[in-house]
Design a protein around this ligand. Sequence first.
Ligand SMILES: [Zn+2]
Length: 342
Amino acid sequence: MKGEVIPMRNYTKIFLLLIPLLFILPIYFSAADKKADLSSEDIYKERMALYLKAEATSQIPWYYFAAVDSYERGLRRARNDLPEEEGFIAIHYTNEEWAGELNPNKDDNNAVSISLFGGVGLDGNGDGKADINDDEDVLYTFAQHLAGFGRNEEDIRIGLWDYYQRDKAVELITGHAKVYKKFQTLNLRENSFAVPLHYNYSYRSTWGDGRGWGGRRIHEGTDIFADYGTPVKSTSYGIVELKGWNKYGGWRVGIRDIHNVYHYYAHLSRFEDGIERGTIVEPGQVIGYVGSSGYGKPGTQGKFPPHLHYGMYRDNGFIEWSFDPYPSLRRWEQLDRQKKNN
Ligand SMILES: [Zn+2]
């Protein structure tokens, strides 16, 4: 087309073709402003579109990108040295990683000079810039890294390990991926109270209290007192990370949700059939039954009144720590009550 004269009527055509851009471009350039006005459903839609684009360019299933994004979003919530993400994607690169450690221009968005200085930043949307603040560029950069290791599950695990250098990150992300794959949606926000409301139960805030058994420990959870055999329900979507005996917790189940939070259900009398390591669960699903197991060798029970010990642990990318589940339980109990009334 170079040097050709475009007949007048084609200008009109081109102008008409450009009109949609007038509407798309402002939206595109202000993801942060836009996000503030969007419903969660709309945010999920935007994110899903980005994951599917990454899937198309890398041939790695979208739910791995959803999983990595969830993992990093969980880290951002757990730490205060990481800023809240401005766009739709939480995957975080430092300026040094993106532009290259020796790059004198830490805000470099030129893919060529970034590459010369050993930076990882790539231009994913073909706008000529490798922009650390552009969701598509960030996701594309991550996807290309991962695809470099191959595309089957084991390759992806190796790629994730190479990227995070942390076994736990690989476990959490592959777990999240299984949850997303099973439910085929990003909308996994729902929660449930840990026991059915129509059973007799009682609980109060005792997180941080001193303990009697097993040395100097603090109480890392909330005790929900209920009769033997009261069903115990998963409070969230997630994957069963642990199941078995522990001398303190007795028969217990640990479930990891997609925000990296670990939910710990202890002193069970028994497990629900089909609950195994790796089982994907949803909120309200029965995972076991209230008991008084624990405080001794496997099978010990009756050393205290039957109750569910429920704990929540947050992961910050290095360590996990217990936080008080009482406010969450109160909220979920309230929500379950409203659901019942509807
Ligand atoms: Zn307890």
